[in-house]
Design a protein around this ligand. Structure first.
Ligand SMILES: C[S@@+](CC[C@H](N)C(=O)[O-])C[C@H]1O[C@@H](n2cnc3c(N)ncnc32)[C@H](O)[C@@H]1O
Length: 248
């Protein structure tokens, strides 16, 4: 039985080192560890993973073992050799070929959100977001900072698709929307939630409102939008929605 002081220290360590857990997850995704192990016909040793990913053998072994401790990978020992394979969690959510893959959202968290959070103390001092400090872009209009390049806009949209593919149905079932034949999704982005909505409520149509750049990108990149019951309306550039978003 640990004493309260030890428990408090353990909690403090957990909090202060928490960012390392995220970085292990982000690095393993970025390097393609989970995709490689999913494609391999049998579990692989660290040397084989390193050779196929073109990474250092010592770094790879450390990363793989840390993934095991985080339950992102499992390991078995055969003839004294450690062999790694995906867990159910990684097979479901981290392998690109999985329909539930969260890779886009993880990439967004790793490359954007993580950097912004590195300026949290300054954000509290200033009382404003830190896009200027993190990325050198002005953020008076929040979405012009969030969508600071076409690639970034697409990344945000794909990330939201990942999230709603898992949570959308639960959110939309929280209230019975079946009496409504027409539902408007204001700031509906790529239409990911609209897609879940038409699937859950077969009698409804959804109109998604968003800014022109987002609507155009949605039409170009997200093929499910051929769904006849989802339509898009281009809204004014960065107006009222932004205030609501900033407020919440
Ligand atoms: C936080 S995102 C949420 C997206 C979507 N509702 C979701 O949950 O996945 C806010 C959305 O509002 C959109 N937006 C910002 N300003 C807007 C405006 N003036 N009119 C319509 N949509 C706007 C953004 O492009 C973005 O898609």
């Amino acid at each position: 039985m640990t004493c309260p002081e030890e428990q408090a220290y353990r909690l403090l360590t957990e909090y202060s080192n928490g960012f390392m857990v995220s970085q292990v997850l982000f690095a393993a995704c970025e390097l393609g560890v989970f995709d490689l192990l999913a494609e391999a016909p049998e579990p692989l040793g660290a040397a084989a993973v390193a050779a196929r990913l073109g990474t250092s053998s010592c770094g790879t072994e450390l990363l793989l073992d840390t993934c095991v401790s985080l339950k992102l990978l499992q390991v078995q020992t055969r003839r004294g050799k450690a062999l790694y394979q995906n867990t159910e969690l990684s097979s479901t959510y981290l392998v690109r070929a999985s329909p539930k893959c969260q890779g886009n959202m993880l990439r967004y968290l790793a490359r954007t959100t993580y950097l912004c959070w590195g300026h949290l103390a300054q954000a509290v001092r200033d009382g404003k977001n830190q896009y200027l400090e993190a990325f050198g872009v002005p953020s008076d209009e929040l979405f012009s900072a969030i969508y600071r390049s076409e690639g970034e806009r697409l990344q945000v949209m794909r990330g939201l698709q990942d999230i709603w593919s898992i949570s959308g149905r639960h959110v939309l079932a929280a209230f019975d929307l079946s009496p409504f034949p027409l539902i408007c999704d204001i700031g509906g982005c790529s239409g990911a939630l609209a897609k879940e909505c038409t699937s859950l409520y077969p009698g409804c149509r959804v109109t998604v409102f968003d800014i022109p750049e987002v609507v155009q990108m949605a039409k170009k990149h997200f093929s499910f939008l051929e769904e006849a019951r989802i339509s898009f309306r281009e809204d004014a550039q960065y107006s009222g929605i932004e205030c609501i978003h900033t407020a919440v």
